[in-house]
Each structure stands twice: as C-alpha cells, then as structure tokens.
Design a protein around this ligand. Structure first.
Ligand SMILES: [Zn+2]
Ligand SMILES: [Zn+2]
Length: 103
C-alpha cells in the first residue's frame, strides 16, 4: 500500500495541515486507527498544557525550622531539609563525579 500526503483539518483551530506519507506509515506501524485531529501548533499547545506541575509541599526544615517547600510529599518522621541546610550537609550522591564526564 502506498501512502500519499493528505491534507486534514484541525478540529481545534480549523487550520489545514498535512498528514504526510511518512506519518501515515508511522501511524499504520503503531496501528493507530484514527487520523490525527490536530495541527502541529495545537498539538504542541496541548502537550504544553498537559505538562505536570511539580507538586510542592510546604513544610518546615527539621534542621533550622525555616519554612520551605519540597518537590515531594514528606514522609512522617523523616527529616526534611530546606535548600540551604541540604546544601550545607551536602549530598554524597551529588558530590561524586561521574568518571566519564571528562575525555
Ligand atoms: Zn490547530
Ligand atoms: Zn534549614
């Protein structure tokens, strides 16, 4: 079966866009049953819109007591450090240099 570029209409903005032969091959390969419904711009917009926001939880630093936010849900009983205390203590995993970084 040969594929030819097809012109489709975006259901969001109504703009015409090309469903290229290459994309059709890809769709068939992935066994997608439906034609694409959005132009590239709208697809990009939707992708941006669905990007997950990092969950920030307000908590207090168990070291200095300062209010801080952490990008995870703190487990009860586990110490939570603010950024400066975290940096002061240092993270052994981060101080280790990857051997392949140079040359
Ligand atoms: Zn569109
Ligand atoms: Zn602190």
């Amino acid at each position: 079966m040969e594929f030819k570029d097809r012109v489709l209409k975006c259901i969001d903005c109504g703009a015409e866009f090309v469903f290229t032969a290459g994309e059709q091959v890809f769709f068939q390969d992935k066994q997608f049953k439906n034609d694409p419904k959005h132009c590239k711009q709208c697809k990009a917009k939707r992708a941006r819109g669905s990007q997950r926001v990092r969950p920030e939880t307000r908590t207090t630093c168990s070291e200095c007591g300062a209010e801080t936010t952490v990008p995870f849900k703190p487990t009860q009983g586990r110490p939570v450090l603010c950024r400066s205390c975290f940096q002061k203590k240092g993270n052994p995993a981060q101080t280790q240099q990857p051997a392949s970084a140079q040359d």
